[in-house]
Design a protein around this ligand. Structure first.
Ligand code: HEM
Length: 430
């Protein structure tokens, strides 16, 4: 086990809540969601929460008279509202992507919210998880005020996106009370809970004249702030009964198992690339995130020696060693993607491809190395893509004599934009 020594600089950028509940790195299902939630600004900041820093109408919102945080919470409710908890179907499953044309989902909030979240989608961060996270971060923004400490709902991952629309079921203003009671019962809420959830939800945002001209007299004027009527006078402060919100985002089909609560880890490696050199050495480059910043590193080491490392943080003369739960931060050197020999192509904004090289240990004598790439595919009837696994056998391209490794390559047209690794170069187009 090697030790990386880091001396800290002081740029605080990581949003860390007081809840400490660590997981062991790496955990692909958690790593991405943890980064989207807790890395907001600074180096490698994901900026997911930048659009809900405020809970009021004004600069930073998607348009005049609109409130991003209110729209994100409404999107979460409308996605969940087609749940049938007794049958164990529906809930937070991103089925809203297929349901935007329904009268019960009037307004631009849903399309705009989903389009924003789409950039954060991956095979380990489903749209349904992002809708839930959007509600979590909006509620934090809307509860932070001079008189109140912000509320952090617990965020769990693992929601699975629906591949088709759910049934009708979002309550509408013209329906009678009995219909509303029935809808909420199907969603798992009794009458008291229904009143509390609607009251809570409607302590944010308001009604748009564009979509409800019978309620708001200034119609269809997106530049006039009067074309929205807020529900209450304290719309920036979310009222109590937060536990109902927690149930809302945790309502999922019975086939879905949510993860534990995702909390930030104190030390997190990222963008780790190991390059196998012709002379038999390897170099490792990467970043280590600590609660006070990111720290790039690039030591060189001998083949096959490194299997894990620990991180010693020296801050103000105080040393703390992080062992990732005891066993160190693991590094696998059996099959190693070679970032310097791989590239991505984006041609005229239409054609996207990935050209990947991996180094494979010769002593394993593997007959086949299979490349699996999740590719985003547009779904008919929804603006939310789904991921399809593309599988390809990688061909041996080079043997590196004396290193114990050979290279294999794989090339795939993705057809849609995809997030390249950090550090992955562009393929030349000749
Ligand atoms: C009887 C049930 C409900 C009815 C009939 C209802 C109806 C409405 C209507 C007509 C609007 C105005 C939409 C617009 O102008 O764009 C609205 C906005 C909103 N609703 Fe509801 N709603 C219900 C329940 C809920 C619940 C349970 C929540 C959340 C938990 C919620 C969250 C919101 C939010 C945050 C807004 C403001 C959106 C914005 O400002 O853009 N609603 N609702």
């Amino acid at each position: 086990m090697s030790t990386l020594k880091l001396t800290l600089f002081s740029s605080i950028f990581l949003l860390v809540s007081s809840r400490i509940n660590t997981y062991t790195w790496p955990d692909p299902k958690t790593d991405i969601l943890e980064a989207i939630y807790y890395q907001q600004s600074g180096y490698d900041g994901r900026r997911f929460g930048f659009f809900v820093r405020s809970c009021d109408i004004g600069a930073g919102n998607i348009g005049p008279g609109r409130t991003n945080s209110a729209e994100w919470v409404r999107t979460a409710y409308h996605d969940m509202a087609t749940a049938d908890v007794e049958a164990g179907t529906g809930g937070m499953d991103a089925s809203i992507g297929f349901e935007r044309d329904r009268p019960e989902n009037v307004g631009r909030a849903f399309t705009d919210t989903l389009l924003f979240f789409e950039d954060f989608m991956s095979v380990h961060s489903s749209m349904a998880d992002l809708i839930a996270l959007g509600a979590v971060m909006s509620i934090t923004a809307c509860t932070a005020s001079a008189s109140q400490r912000p509320i952090y709902l617990s965020f769990r991952g693992g929601r699975i996106d629906a591949t088709g629309p759910g049934p009708l079921g979002v309550p509408e203003p013209h329906q009678d009370l009995a219909t509303h009671i029935n809808s909420f019962k199907k969603q798992g809420f009794n009458v008291t809970e229904m009143i509390a959830l609607v009251a809570c939800g409607h302590s944010l945002g308001g009604v748009n004249g564009r979509d409800f001209p019978e309620i708001v007299s200034v119609k269809n004027d997106s530049t006039n702030i009067e074309s929205k009527r807020n529900f209450d006078t304290t719309q920036t402060v979310l009222d109590n009964n937060i536990a109902l919100f927690q149930r809302m985002i945790d309502t999922v089909p019975k086939t879905v198992q949510l993860s534990g609560v995702i909390a930030p880890i104190s030390v997190k490696p990222n963008n780790i690339f190991i390059a196998v050199k012709q002379d038999g050495n390897m170099t490792i480059t990467g970043d280590i995130r600590t609660t006070t910043g990111w720290h790039p590193y690039s030591p060189a080491f001998e083949c096959h020696v490194l299997s894990s490392f620990t991180v010693e943080v020296i801050d103000d003369g105080q040393s703390t060693v992080y062992t990732n739960g005891g066993a160190g931060f693991p590094i696998q050197t059996d099959i190693i993607p070679q970032a310097g020999l791989s590239c991505g192509t984006i041609f005229l904004g239409t054609s996207y491809s990935l050209n990947l090289t991996v180094a494979v240990r010769d002593d394993f004598q593997l007959q086949q190395v299979i490349l699996t790439i999740p590719i985003p595919i547009q779904q008919a009837g929804s603006i939310v893509p789904r991921f399809e696994l593309y599988i390809q056998t990688m061909q041996r391209t080079k043997t590196l004599n004396g290193t114990g490794y050979s290279f294999r390559g794989g090339l795939k047209d993705i057809g849609m934009p995809f997030q390249l690794w950090k550090g992955l170069g562009s393929c030349s187009l000749d």
